[in-house]
Structures are given as C-alpha cells and as structure tokens.
Design a protein around this ligand. Structure first.
Ligand code: HEC
Ligand code: HEC
Length: 369
C-alpha cells in the first residue's frame, strides 16, 4: 500500500516520516536534495514514489522499517531473505552500513552495486528516501509491517505537504551531465556567418600569411595552394565550373570568405586544429585571397572591418532555393508522394547489373583505396 500525498486525488495522507528520526540520525544529517542526485546511481534498479515498481531491485517505498528481503512480489536472493529472517530490518543505521559495503552486510546478496564510499552520500540518499517510508524510526520501535505505522492526515492544500515523489533530477530526466560553463560555451561557439557575425578581433597581412602558411599548410596544400599529391587544392580553377571535371577551389567555387576563416580556424592545420591564433588565421585568409588573385597587394591587411569588402567570385551563383520558385523545379507541380506508378511495381534492374555493388574480389568500381 502506498501512502503519498497525491495532489490529483484531493485529500490525502500526509506522511511525517522525517520527524520520526532522532536528531542524530543519518536522515536528519543528510540533505534530501543532494540525496536525490545520489539516488541517480540507484535508479537503474530501484524506484521510489507513487509510481514505484519493482525493477531489477525492489521498490524502496516504505523501505525503512521493512525486514530485509520481505517485500511481497519481489524475488530476492536466498541470502537477502535469510538476512531478514535473522533479524535484519532497514533503519538509518543498517541502511548506512549496507550502502557502504552491500556485500559485507549481506554476503552474496544479488545487488550488483559496489556501494557508496562517502558517508555524506549515504546520509543524503537516506534523507532522500526517508519521506517515502511511513515508519522510518529506530529499528527497535519500527514495526516490520509498515502498514501498521501511524500516519497523520492533513488537508491536501497544505503547502508543507508537497510530495517529493516525482521531482526530476537537476539535469534532465536521466540526471546526466552538468550545465556547460561559460568558458566551455565560448570555446565551442566559434561559428562565423557570411555577414561576418562571429569574427574575432585581430588582423593579418598577406606577407605574414605567406610565412604562416608556408610553415603550417604548404606541406599538404602546396606553396601556392596547388595541392601536393592529392591534398585539396586551395587556389586556381577559375572558370572551370562548367567543365566536365571542374576544379572546385576557394577561388573558383566557395561562396563566402567567412567559411575560409571559420574552417581554417576550426579544422586546420590537419592534425593540429585550433593551434593558430586569430591573427594567424586572418593572415592566412588574406594570403589565400592573394593566391586566388582576389587581392593583389602583398601589404593588404585583412580584419573584421574590411572582411566583407572582398567577396569570393562565385558568391552570386549560390542562390536561395525554396523549390517553389527555383526555375528547375517550378512548373513541375506537386511531387507525387504515393501510388506514383500505374499498375504493379516491378524490379527493372538488379544493383549488381547496374554495377553499383563492388566486385567481390575488390577490384571493381566503388572499391575504396
Ligand atoms: C544494479 C542494480 C542495483 C543498484 C544500482 C542498486 N541496487 Fe539496491 N538492490 C538491487 C537488488 C537486485 C536488490 C535485491 C538483492 C537481493 O535480493 O539479494 C537490492 C536491494 C536493496 C535493498 C534492500 C531492500 C529490501 O527490500 O530488502 C536496499 C535498501 C537497496 N537495494 C538500496 C539501494 C540504494 C539506496 C542504491 C543506490 C545507492 C541501490 N540499492 C543500488 C539492485 C540494485
Ligand atoms: C597534413 C596535411 C594538411 C595540412 C598541414 C593542412 N591541411 Fe588543410 N586540408 C587537409 C585535408 C586532408 C583536407 C580535407 C579535409 C576534409 O575534407 O575533411 C584539408 C582541407 C582544407 C581546406 C578545405 C579545402 C576544400 O576545398 O574543401 C582548407 C581551406 C584548408 N585545408 C586550409 C588549410 C590551411 C590554411 C592550413 C594551414 C594552417 C592547412 N589546411 C594545413 C590537409 C592538410
């Protein structure tokens, strides 16, 4: 039988369990709010509160005053039952000892939990659990059957009667993690928008950029952005976009310079991301503009203030595409989403015949080098 204040059903029983504790008891010493967080460690197996059910472990309503291993309907280990038969009753003290070292108090019991090493954690979780027990007094006085415990009634609108039962842990339903610190958010929040929003203070010239680039980037991307072996090409390719094999570089293809700054700062040099200063990234970005003939002066200095003054050549070819207005799609009408084929659906070709599946011996198209 559950004895909780249930706001939904009007007048209810008020359980004054905490007052049954002596001033020195663990529950009185503990902090129930902290205990709720400690209880997250138990939640995989135990529930408590109005909807509590037996799960991996027995529910912990009315656990104080309960004889160990005695809850109807839960299959305890024979060791736990035996401990109860030998007189173990859950009180602040026995619970404290059990939680400190479960296998020492009830040898070979089935609770797969190492225990709570910190005394404060144990006191806190006991304080958290106590209000869910009607009889949480001393072992000597607590009746084994909690349903015999005295309860006081109170009117449901009494604020002090707020049931602690269904509160969710501080950090979401599962009680995981913690709020991110301002420093952590700042370190993560580094995106830069095409309109320049997010650009940091700082500046850098083409000449400085050439130096930083030569030291950090040229091994892979080539002295002039031409790309060593098969590393990405960063410059050139202008007017190749309509060719069969277009060369897509920052100069020929990318829409926004903000992506260059953002990407280099975020991800390069490959293997040492975030190792460059903001000034270095400005300088490199200026140098990449220079390599792509977008600025021609070696003394050109790029900063937040003139960042938008040098748009990339292909920007105008990137258009908002809402599918309704865009010419390629406009006029096609509503796309068919169901029953689009007259008659029964047939298999017209096998993937193996279409040659999209690599050959079993791995030499076919699609094999990854
Ligand atoms: C991995 C699952 C698991 C975790 C985690 C766990 N327990 Fe248990 N607990 C059990 C099982 C299973 C039993 C029954 C043991 C038996 O029958 O031998 C049990 C028994 C108990 C009992 C005895 C109840 C009774 O009716 O005799 C108490 C009290 C208890 N656990 C409290 C806790 C507390 C408090 C925590 C968290 C600090 C916790 N447990 C963590 C699985 C767990
Ligand atoms: C060890 C080799 C290496 C070094 C050094 C290196 N990169 Fe890269 N870079 C890469 C690889 C690999 C990619 C492709 C990454 C991907 O697609 O996920 C890349 C991609 C890029 C791109 C995007 C190219 C595109 O068109 O998609 C830019 C811009 C770039 N790097 C700039 C730099 C700059 C600036 C530096 C020096 C600060 C640098 N890289 C250092 C290997 C390197």
């Amino acid at each position: 039988m559950l004895k909780y204040l249930n706001r939904a059903t009007g007048p209810a029983l008020l359980v004054l369990a905490a007052s049954a504790h002596g001033a020195t008891s663990a529950a009185a010493a503990g902090d129930p709010a902290a205990g709720e967080r400690v209880f997250n460690k138990c939640k995989a197996c135990h529930t408590v509160g109005p909807d509590a059910k037996n799960r991996v472990g027995p529910h912990l309503n009315d656990v104080f005053g309960r004889t160990a291993g005695s809850l109807d309907g839960f299959k305890y280990s024979s060791e736990m039952v035996k401990a109860g038969e030998e007189g173990l009753v859950w009180t602040d003290e026995t619970m404290d000892a059990f939680l400190a070292a479960p296998k020492k108090v009830v040898q070979k019991n089935r609770m797969a939990f190492a225990g709570l090493r910190k005394e404060a954690d144990r006191a806190d979780v006991i304080a958290f659990l106590a209000p869910y027990s009607v009889a949480s007094g001393d072992a000597a006085t607590a009746p084994a059957d909690a349903s015999e415990a005295p309860v006081q009634t109170a009117s449901a609108d009494s604020e002090s009667a707020a049931a602690p039962a269904t509160a969710i842990g501080d950090h979401g339903v599962f009680g995981l993690g913690r709020p991110a610190l301002p420093d952590e958010i700042a370190a993560w929040d580094i995106d830069i928008r095409p309109d320049g929003k997010g650009l940091p203070e700082g500046s850098g010239t083409v000449l400085v950029g050439e130096e930083v680039y030569t030291d950090n980037c040229a091994v892979c991307h080539g002295d002039f952005g031409e790309g060593v072996d098969r590393w990405p090409v960063l410059a050139g390719g202008l007017d190749t976009l309509t060719e069969e094999r277009p060369e897509k570089t920052i100069g020929s293809y990318w829409p926004y310079l903000s992506t260059v700054y953002d990407y280099v700062r975020r991800a390069m040099p490959f293997g040492a991301a975030r190792s460059l200063s903001d000034d270095d990234v400005y300088a490199i970005t200026a140098y990449i503009l220079y390599l792509n003939d977008i600025v021609l002066d070696e003394d050109f200095e790029l900063s937040k203030d003139n960042f938008l003054a040098h748009p990339l050549p292909n920007q105008a070819n990137f258009i908002p595409d809402d599918r309704d207005q865009e010419p390629h799609y406009a006029g096609e009408g509503e796309p068919c989403m169901s029953d689009c084929t007259d008659g029964p659906v047939e298999i017209t070709m096998r993937a193996a015949v279409l040659d999209v599946t690599p050959d079993a011996d791995g030499d076919g198209a699609g094999a990854i080098e």
